[in-house]
Design a protein around this ligand. Sequence first.
Ligand code: UDP
Length: 466
Amino acid sequence: METQQDPCKLPRNGRRVILFPLPFQGHINPMLQLGSILYSEGFSITIIHTTLNSPNSCNYPHFEFCSFSDDGFSETYQPSKVADDIPALLLSLNAKCIVPFRDCLANKLMSNAQESKDSFACLITDAAWFIALSVANDFKLPTIVLLTDSIAASLSYAAFPILREKGYLPIQDFQLEAPVIEFPPLRVKDIPLLKTQDSNNADKFLSIRDNQIMASSGIIWNSFEDLEQVELTTVHQQYYLSIPVFPIGPFHKYFPAYSSSLLSQDQSSISWLDRQAPRSVIYVSFGSIAAINEIEFLEIAWGLANSRVPFLWVVRPGLGRGAEWLEPLPKGFLEMVDGRGYIVKWAPQQQVLAHPAVGCFWTHSGWNSTMESICEGIPMICQPYFADQMVNSRYVSHVWRVGLHLEGKLEREGIERAIRRVMVEADGQGMRERAMYLKEKVDICLQRGGSSYQSLGRLTDHILSL
Ligand code: UDP
């Protein structure tokens, strides 16, 4: 389904869609990819975004960008602490942005009306912007929600009231290994808890978010039917009963990517991979938010070195708590792995995963990373840290069986064993075969008549009908 057409020359349908991404990498990527998909369906695209982590508009000359400042939120914002209290962070971000967002949206709607440009069809908002629906309602603009999680993770958030009623929450240490009977294959420790100082914040955040989803005109997922058929059925039957849902993923496979990366992607990763044997390399990245302590950092480094498997490791500045970059590595480490290991600050991940030299992805199980790996048929070693990563990891290891979950204390011996299991042993071969099977399913769902292709058709008609 890839196209080489100049996007600026594609025909327009006279309707404009406003997209409102949350200002974090794992949310910006799918929202801008969705913008490209809808643009190719004929819609004009406006991106409303915060000045914090603003996307690079130069990469999208065919989109219109409108920014607003966040009323002081970014003055206290510390990227390395995002995961420490996500509910408090998102409650504060939403509270600070409601007025500037309203002003920005009002200006946009007014200026277009005055210049009699395209008519606005709807606002598509990230689910975590729970101010969006009420603001858009004031302007009589319909809202569709983009859920950047898997359908399974979205369901498990929606199920929190039931999990509480059944006694799984708050989680007790002695229950961690127990199965969540109502939600196989999750165990209690896979429930996607949001780390917070105040559990009231998490409840408040999830309940406002859920109310917004329930009141929206539709839900879009970056997933596809063949991957999450059971979960999709549950959505219809038990949760978002009368809301139209559109699993149109994987978003990034529709086109050759425009980059929505906030950090510069080190292209030398690809030239390094070009010099490696097919399927010989383990790619290691823990996404844009997860942070680890120095002991974990060293165990990862020694696990990689001792495995004797070539590795490409993304050490994002801020990955190691309290470290600028690679200072915690022992003297002589880099010389020892020279030629066999390559470390970069940020990689062109989609290109890396599509490279024939890559044989395994050691990931934090963020949903974008999981999808990107599935799309290339790459088996995973999952090391989830928080929230939906727990659910994704469980599905990768126990439902789709395309990877293993690295559990327990992070130690070099366990890491070495896991790498060998996936890269060398028969077990890993089975994971790779199943991953390749899912890759074929991806190709089919995007083709004419495939499930995502059809969902996109329904989404386009739905937006035009709003
Ligand atoms: N990513 C990237 N280069 C890197 C690491 C990650 O471009 O070196 C991209 C990756 O392709 C994905 C996103 O950053 O699209 C991370 O999103 P994900 O949901 O996996 O994790 P998060 O960062 O939200 O925890």
